[in-house]
Design a protein around this ligand. Structure first.
Ligand code: FES
Length: 328
């Protein structure tokens, strides 16, 4: 989730809800869409395109983009791809979750907001189409010029492809890999265009390829959402350092094999967390002093340099920085 603006969210404004799975359907092979409602029929918190929620699936917590309509306050929709090689969250959704079940949901949170622009290029790979759906609706409603390039393994695996083509016609380019090969990224991204924002979501190889192609582009034009870590989270060179918790009035030592989150929690200080791999943003913490070695997949290079927030589940003190002072 990089390249975003206004992403900082006060955890106090997040909602922890127990929602009922009202309906489950299958918009593509191996994809289940869940429609979630308040059991008592209450309106759900509002959200903006690009937002995601944490879903408690069995013993795990996983992040899924909201893919329904922003204006619909009676339900949230998420679409979940079965990932046989995944870490179990998608298997639970596909094999265990049933209509009528209650699920715990936290959020919504948005690290991938749609910045106003005259035109957009949306690039989606596979289930990465989900955050694009409300973005496309918003771009269309705003009268922006936009195009979607959507790739997937096969046509049958590409959720929402029929609806998109039916609604938007030639703005939508479908690229099933078994017929056409990979998305033609070099053709799609020949050079930065004034006034055109690029939004990309999909598997890591797609995000990496777009990152490489756009490496020399001005910052702020390319926006990506990562649902898996883009950085190495641990290094053999990791050392210990101190954290001073300004609010709690504590100074703690973070051991080489521990995260700040683990250390702080062990001392009895509460910090919200979810993904614990630097992708969801829940553990965002203000930095008052010290230099951070950022290992999250959220902050832009400029936000990293600002050094005023960090994600304590993965990021550490930079080498040579003996102590971080945190707003905790
Ligand atoms: S818990 Fe998700 S970024 Fe730290």
């Amino acid at each position: 989730m990089t390249g975003h603006d206004e992403h900082h969210v006060d955890p106090a404004t997040e909602h922890e809800l127990e929602l009922r799975v009202e309906r489950i359907d299958a918009p593509a092979d191996d994809v289940r869409r869940l429609r979630l409602v308040d059991p008592a029929g209450a309106a759900l918190p509002s959200w903006l395109p690009g937002a995601h929620v944490d879903l408690h699936v069995g013993d795990l917590v996983r992040q899924y983009s909201l893919c329904g309509e922003v204006a619909e306050t009676s339900a949230w929709s998420v679409a979940v791809l079965r990932e046989a090689e995944g870490r179990g969250g998608s298997t639970y959704v596909h094999d265990k979750l049933a209509e009528g079940d209650l699920v715990r949901v936290r959020g919504p949170r948005n690290h991938f907001p749609l910045v106003p622009a005259a035109s957009y290029l949306f690039i989606a790979g596979g289930i990465g189409i989900t955050p694009m759906l409300p973005m496309i609706a918003a771009a269309e409603a705003a009268g922006a010029d936009w195009r979607l390039a959507y790739g997937g393994r096969t046509r049958a695996s590409m959720a929402f492809a029929d609806e998109l083509v039916a609604a938007y016609g030639s703005r939508v380019g479908l690229h099933p890999q078994d017929q056409e090969g990979l998305l033609p990224l070099a053709d799609l991204l020949p050079a930065p265009e004034e006034g055109t924002m690029v939004y990309c979501c999909g598997p890591a190889p797609l995000l990496n390829a777009v990152t490489d192609l756009c490496a020399s582009w001005p910052e702020g034009l390319v926006h990506m959402e990562h649902f898996a870590p883009k950085e190495e989270l641990h290094s053999d060179d990791d050392g210990s350092f101190e954290v001073e918790l300004a609010d709690a009035g504590l100074t703690l030592t973070v051991a080489a094999d521990q995260s700040i989150l683990e250390t702080v929690r062990a001392a009895g200080v509460q910090v919200l967390s979810s993904c614990q791999e630097g992708t969801c943003g829940t553990c965002e913490t203000g930095v008052l002093a010290g230099t951070v070695d950022h290992r999250d997949s959220i902050l832009t290079p400029a936000e990293r340099n600002a050094n005023d927030v960090m994600y304590v589940c993965v990021s550490r003190a930079a080498g040579g920085c003996p102590k971080l002072v945190l707003e905790l």
